[in-house]
Design a binder for this molecule. Sequence first.
Ligand SMILES: [Zn+2]
Length: 250
Amino acid sequence: MNALEYAAVYGLRVSEKKAHEIGRLARKYGIAMSMHAAYYISLVSKDLAVRKRSRERLVKALRFAPLMEVKRIVFHSGGYSGHSPQEAYAAVRDALIDVWETAGRESGDAILMPEIAGKIRAFGSVEELISLSQEVDHVLPTIDWAHLYARSQGKICDRPQFLQVLEAFEKALGKEFTDNMHFHVSGITFTERGEKEHRPLGGRWGPDILPLMDIVREIGYKPTFISETPPPLTGALYAKFLLHELERIK
Ligand SMILES: [Zn+2]
């Protein structure tokens, strides 16, 4: 329980005073801070005003990051909005370059961490995030294992598949990736379009995170795990318990 993802998912509504107070508490208690930016970010929207507002939300997140001790800004890039994946890729890339040019210098050492998307028609496949991280400085992936499970229609669910994903990121991004591993975990339901709803861990919903924990322990990766279960605390306790037990019995 030493990491927290500040949920600015309906917009960053915190005052500067409160942001400073959050930062002070994070330092005092040694909490690794990240921030989940607004759900309605849509960097590929057909509406250019929406794209602009989306970039502004990321700019604001970068500017507030040092006040709050936030080192990682996690966000959903948005749907393809009828564009081809190639067009969407170019739009996201250009948007993130623009965001960084605007506010990167003010961000302390915070970086931008787009998530693997749970919906099939949303930007954020493994391949897209690898290319984006290679091409744009200060961008690294957030691996949401539940999203990946939903996006792959339940295929990415076991040790060989988890290993393959981690190896692909590590091979392409190296130490930058392994030093900044950021994972979201939860159960999830999905349809043929991908993600439906986040669910608790350890129940009847996939993905089972035990093989993932086993890989992490075995290789010695040091990811930050953020639980996105309803409610988040039970998932966090469950994940921590698994990892602790694996350490104990190894
Ligand atoms: Zn997530």
